[in-house]
Design a protein around this ligand. Sequence first.
Ligand SMILES: CC(=O)N[C@H]1[C@@H](OP(=O)(O)OP(=O)(O)OC[C@H]2O[C@@H](n3ccc(=O)[nH]c3=O)[C@H](O)[C@@H]2O)O[C@H](CO)[C@@H](O)[C@@H]1O
Ligand SMILES: C=C(OP(=O)(O)O)C(=O)O
Length: 426
Amino acid sequence: MDKLLIRGGRKLSGEVLISGAKNAALPELCAALLTDEPVTLHNVPRLQDVTTMLKLLRNMGVAAERDDNGTVRIDAGPLHNPEAPYELVKTMRASVLALGPLLARFGKARVSLPGGCAIGSRPVDQHIKGLQAMGADISVEHGYMVAGVRGGGRRLHGARITTDMVTVTGTENFLMAAVLAEGETVLENAAQEPEIPDLAEMLISMGAQIEGHGSSRIHIQGVERLHGCTHRVVADRIEAGTFLCAVAAAGGDVLLRHARADHMDAVVEKLIEAGATVTAVEGGVRVKASGRLRAQSFRTTEYPGFPTDMQAQFMALNAISTGTSTVTETIFENRFMHVDEMLRLGARIQHDGKVAVVEGVEQLSGATVMATDLRASASLVIAGLVADGETLVDRIYHLDRGYDRMEAKLRGIGADIERISERVTA
Ligand SMILES: CC(=O)N[C@H]1[C@@H](OP(=O)(O)OP(=O)(O)OC[C@H]2O[C@@H](n3ccc(=O)[nH]c3=O)[C@H](O)[C@@H]2O)O[C@H](CO)[C@@H](O)[C@@H]1O
Ligand SMILES: C=C(OP(=O)(O)O)C(=O)O
């Protein structure tokens, strides 16, 4: 199991190349299941989750190859096994995204229930309810969602779907099911995260008829078949936001190439209020900061609000800023696992239920900490960059799920950080 060793106190300067978004690449890999023609995706990040998704697709009989330049070629023509087994699904929530496209193209699917994870219980009841409204019969048997088109037919039908809450992967599953369904589907209360319009644009380039993506009401007119396409995955706004917080905390001047400021309004606004300079420039976003910033209170909500996937990283910044801030997590019920680890670094944070109160301290002190989930890991790396002495972040397999060579990118802008493999430390 790898660890990261960070010696804090270095300012950051230079350029970082922001990768394609994990949360766009994963549904887009699943969208390739909707056609028997080849699909090419560019700007696919090098992540453990992408490796797992490719394994999942190959296990179905899909031909999938990736090169070193971030291009993935998928041919779902030979698919013969519309199933996502537990062994592959357990590590990755996004595997639930196989359900919609498999049902749409084959009229049946067998997908393991995704495992619970550290941030909350993460049920899939809304996915099931929505697909049932489109004519699917879905039962849960031995931990699997066993789905087929009602009455033994092959095509789902259009429906009006209003989910109880805004769900990102739910909206994506419905989109991918609806593009091949008979008739019109209307998604009310749809998620608006930038990964949704990116997926919709890909589906449109495959021949789908979609309107309203990027808003809370999406109209889809089903078509009989889709063709192959070439698509470029949108830049990762959460990776970019993580680097923004890292520079704001450590100080410095960094250009985030390919980052989209217009996808990060809520985070950028808070950083500017905190005292950082963040500007959209040709081809990216530039961030400058020096000294202690002012702590900012915030509340996570659906896009375009403050993203839950940025809560831990911004909390790390608040922990060393001046003043006291309140952080309210409204999306997931257990997403403060980083707090106890930050306390080990000398942070002053109290939390109760959905709310954490962070009293900024002048200096954190390096310690050994344990990553508990993906963004918690990123927040501990940020804290390590500003702590004095050495910080060892253990269990970084969580980080590798969703960040494309984070330590190499940080080293490239001046951080003192190295990956240590278990063999070396044993
Ligand atoms: C692969 C991917 O894109 N993951 C993102 C996606 O996760 P994901 O799509 O799993 O998250 P959702 O948007 O579905 O979850 C939002 C809320 O709805 C609840 N819910 C959701 C579905 C359901 O059937 N029943 C239910 O109760 C969830 O428990 C949660 O409280 O959006 C989250 C919220 O922005 C992000 O943190 C994740 O990074
Ligand atoms: C929670 C996240 O991802 P996932 O939904 O893949 O677990 C995340 O990206 O922060």
